[in-house]
Design a protein. Structure first.
Length: 412
């Protein structure tokens, strides 16, 4: 049984939202100003499946990918640019408002650049035992097999073909695989997860495959299978040798834009602490003019950061240590003579660290976040501790998704 709904606005996940008798109703791929025909979604009383757009809205455009609407990677390719930019900015505005905070939010910064430089492809056995390699379907565990992805950077050329070849080589193991591919300065860096330990003949087959496809490195759960050349990326003046399965910002332009904003917000600081520092996308750039202490849970990332700093001329002193900032946040007495703190936690935010910073006297704190909800929570903690939120900039490196990066400045 179908019904007709009038869509009023876009929701947090990019769904069209209509007013229902019992509250909001969410319709994927519907847009504000549209009248749509929908049908129920079993088990989800607040959701409907789009059947037909009766009256297209003025912001509807043609998606650029033939997999859009099936693949779960993109949610908003059908949304016109003006509405898209306003919606992404509003995600941050609404999160702050929900946390009881008032701050001026800048216009959205486009940081898509050349596209995504890292992807995770999934390999699964589908119906009739047919191998499928691709991305997860929209709100489902099914795999959408793909042969190209228009949001990826040129540096990922050959990534999908390599993932298919790896999946075929490991197909006899009959295990679901997750294949992380990273574009580096010297080629593709691939980490395979889910295969279990590899016997010698299987490892040799993968090594031959890596050589044939000129991969920089191939690892299994971080364990080296073969390395033709050390995978590296450039951060500021530094060249960083990547640990296996590294975390990088999704796009090179995204990293550059985030670093530019961080640099602007700590201008004049001579001593900076970088928390959740990763391989040093901020620390190595900030060290061009300030002393930096970097802390990060991943010991391999810390080692890569320190090696890069040691091998780069012209940097101020950099120290780095492995530390679990969720269990052992940096506390006030450790920050007595620091001019600025930068923190860039994972999606779950940094609640414990925010409380510790709120008790400090650090003049400037810069928060970088990939979640508007946890950013707003942590921001409220800092404001409650006496900081003033002076600048908020949303940065879009996950184009056509519901994710938005944020860089914000707090002054004591």
């Amino acid at each position: 049984m179908t019904e007709r709904l009038a869509i009023t606005h876009l929701g947090r996940r990019g769904d069209g939202v209509a007013d229902g008798p019992e509250g909001a109703i969410y319709v994927a791929y519907a847009l504000p100003g549209e009248t749509v025909e929908v049908e129920p979604v079993h088990g989800h009383p607040d959701r409907r499946r789009l059947v037909h757009v009766d009256t297209p809205g003025p912001d509807r455009i043609a998606p650029i990918c033939p997999h859009f609407g099936v693949c779960g990677g993109c949610a908003t390719q059908h949304v016109g640019w003006d509405l898209y930019r306003a919606w992404k900015r509003d995600l941050v505005v609404e999160a702050l408002r929900s946390a009881g905070l008032e701050a001026s939010v800048d216009d959205l910064v486009d940081a898509h650049g050349e596209g995504r430089r890292r992807i995770v492809l999934h390999a699964r056995r589908g119906s009739h035992d047919i191998l499928q390699v691709g991305f997860s379907a929209q709100r489902a565990h099914d795999i959408v097999p793909i042969d190209h992805c228009p949001v990826t950077a040129p540096g990922l050329k050959g990534a999908i073909e390599a993932a298919w070849a790896i999946a075929e080589a490991l197909h006899p193991l009959r295990k679901p695989l997750d294949i992380q591919v990273t574009a580096t300065d010297v080629g593709l860096d691939i980490d395979v997860r889910g295969s279990g330990p590899l016997k010698t003949d299987r490892a040799r087959a993968l090594a031959a495959l890596a050589e044939e496809r000129r991969l920089a490195r191939l690892t299994r759960h971080g364990e080296l299978v073969v390395q033709r050349v050390v995978p590296t990326v450039t951060i500021g003046r530094a060249t960083v040798a990547l640990p296996a399965g590294p975390f990088l910002q999704a796009t090179a332009e995204g990293e550059a834009q985030l670093a530019r904003l961080v640099d602007r917000h700590v201008a004049g600081a001579k001593s900076v602490v970088d928390l959740f520092a990763g391989i040093g996308p901020f620390a190595l750039r900030l060290a061009e003019r300030a002393r930096v202490r970097a802390l990060e849970l991943d010991a391999a990332a810390v080692a890569a950061l320190m090696q890069a700093a040691a091998n780069t001329s012209g940097l101020k002193p950099v120290t780095a240590e492995a530390r679990d900032l969720f269990r052992r946040p940096v506390i006030a007495h450790e920050l007595g003579k620091v001019d600025a703190v930068v923190f860039d936690p994972p999606r779950q935010g940094a609640e414990a660290q925010a409380h510790a910073l709120a008790e400090s006297k650090v003049p400037v704190v810069v928060a970088v976040s990939c979640s508007s909800a946890t950013f707003a929570r942590d921001a409220a903690i800092l404001v409650g501790g006496g900081y003033k939120l002076t600048d908020v900039t949303p940065v879009d490196q996950f184009r056509w998704s519901c994710h938005v990066e944020i860089v914000a400045r707090f002054e004591r």
